[in-house]
Design a protein around this ligand. Structure first.
Ligand code: SF4
Length: 261
């Protein structure tokens, strides 16, 4: 039986694709972004996280190994909501493509049940994996972070070369894509980076829209509770005027834009 490791199932999600959705977060990510608000999604294995209670501090485990059937049963419970709202399931993370066999089996099951399936991805994965996964998807939410490769390596830990190649490949497959751009002051929100993303996105015909994701501090407490160094410690919050200016730039270029996904 195919199994994988997940760290959260979010029901009634409204920002991870159309309609009412269940978002499943798969554990494990090869990147280490300075703005990551899901640090429990980086390590592929279950790990200990502490939580404060009225009687003191207790340790819990974040990350559960699940079989495909059990997870699909949980997803299928809300199929009426998906059907009535045009929703479905979104696989997120971490990086879901880092568990390719598990993800492929889950998607095959969703396809069989005609449940709309979306993938939220950094795009950092072998092309062969992507080629197996793309035909099973109805929507891809693709993170585009930093266009300069050296800067990308500095702030995420990996090169963007395969990411950009993969996005071009997906565009060629004609599967609908929404580009998601994390807005991190001084890192990804500069005029130069935004201009390069605009030019790149303008060459891809299957872009349905752009989600601007302003950085927030929701995840910083989790780093401490996991015993990890807080990657976001020096990351600044974006101002609303800057976010609005970037939104206007994308809209002027003809893209449908939403803030926060
Ligand atoms: S790609 Fe996503 S999950 Fe992975 S480190 Fe970056 S923000 Fe976190």
């Amino acid at each position: 039986m195919t199994e994988g490791t997940i760290f959260k199932i979010k029901k009634y999600a409204l920002h991870d694709g159309p309609g009412i959705r269940t978002t499943v977060f798969l554990k494990g990510c090869p990147l280490s972004c300075r703005w990551c608000h899901n640090p429990e999604g980086i390590d592929p294995r279950p790990q200990t996280i502490w939580r404060r209670t009225s009687s003191g501090r207790i340790d819990e485990t974040v990350g559960t190994v699940m079989g495909v059937d059990a997870l699909i049963n949980a997803i299928e419970k809300d199929v009426l909501f998906y059907d009535e709202s045009g929703g479905g399931v979104t696989f997120s993370g971490g990086e879901p493509l880092s568990q390719p066999h598990f993800l492929e089996a889950l998607l095959a099951s969703c396809n069989h049940r005609e449940i709309h399936a979306a993938l939220d991805t950094s795009g950092f994965a072998p092309t062969a994996v992507l080629d197996r996964i793309i035909p099973r998807l109805q929507l891809i939410l693709f993170d585009l972070k930093i266009m300069d490769d050296r800067q990308h390596q500095r702030y995420t830990g990996v090169s963007n070369r395969i990411i950009l190649e993969n996005l071009q490949r997906i565009a060629g497959s004609r599967t609908p894509v929404r580009i998601r751009i994390p807005l991190i002051p001084g890192i990804s929100d500069g005029d130069d980076n935004i201009g390069k993303i605009l030019r790149f996105a303008g060459t891809l015909e299957t872009i349905q829209g752009v989600d601007l994701l302003p950085f927030h501090r929701i995840g910083s407490e989790k780093y401490r509770r996991l015993g990890m160094t807080d990657l976001t410690a020096e990351t600044l919050l974006p101002g609303s005027e800057r976010v609005a200016a970037i939104q206007t730039r994308f809209e002027s270029a003809g893209f449908a834009v939403s803030i926060g996904g």
